[in-house]
Design a protein around this ligand. Sequence first.
Ligand code: SAM
Ligand code: SF4
Length: 339
Amino acid sequence: MTRLVDSFRRKITYLRVSVTDKCNLRCIYCMPEEGVMLKSHSDILRIEELARIVDIASQLGITHVRLTGGEPLVRQGIVTLVGVLSEIPGISDISMTTNGLLLPGLARPLCEAGLHRVNVSLDTLRPERFQKITRRGDLESVFAGLDAIEAVGLSPVKINTVVLKGINDDEVEDIAMLTKERQWTVRFIEFMPFWNNGWKFGERYVVPIREIRDRIMAQGAYPVESDIAQGKRKDEVGAGPAKYVKFPDAEGSIGFISMKDHICSGCNRIRLTADGLLLPCLLSDISVDLRTPLREGAKDDVIAELICKAVSLKPENGQVAQAMVACPGGNPSLSKIGG
Ligand code: SAM
Ligand code: SF4
């Protein structure tokens, strides 16, 4: 019986955990070239602290954990963390969002440790463009990473593509066509310019998600009736903002994500930042500090109460406009909050 039901009767079952604020890329839409101001090492939750929070959260009703960052694969001990999480009885689904660069070496150990599935970010199919968008790293490694996760059976594979006007929007059809041959779900994400204060990467790069969907439909795709057909688990259906279409006879499918279409009434998630703040809503600045009590020796029931408190503070609706100017930690970027 879950204790994590918020004031608007939403059942919270999904915890996104940012395991680090570090990254081995510098995607132009996510952070400035010099990177973001990193938290000090001692501020970042240790593996055992992360595991303890997830364990307590699982006893309250969390069943799905997604590991993200920053780049989760640069976190020391990531395989150990997955292994420990997979031993927690209430956690039935452990997933990860990654840029994929380190997957060639880590796919197998992660799978063996108990990871279930992976979302890989891929914004272009052109090597020079990949360099331009990420400012480092090579596309070949990402594809090697995708092959590696398929080879070890980490599925379903999802691809996240952030569409940027004048940068990669001419590749939307090519990227969607990957689903004809590969059993991937390609999800196009509308660029969110709400972090544009530091490095002036703003509104002019937005391509409305409806425009992208129309272009894919013009290529002969048709809407897919049921999210379950996309490999979603039953308790996830209706919770996420993606809507899916498919090409006739294609192996995979295509989704569309825009924060503006986010349906708050179906939201089932909370987020933990790498330094131990629990955020009930991405689009608000409410947070509950778990790290301080944890390090002061708080017992499990105290941490449990704090998790319940965060859930009770979850607003009915997030404010996209407000999030564009305010962000927890004062350094607005999904790499900080855990995208
Ligand atoms: N480093 C990992 C990665 O790139 O997959 C995980 C963290 S990243 C912050 C999580 C997701 O957020 C990625 O799919 C990324 O493309 C997306 N993202 C980052 N900044 C974004 C923005 N301004 N608008 C839309 N999506 C964004
Ligand atoms: Fe790193 Fe992911 Fe942000 Fe790119 S989107 S800079 S890979 S955290």
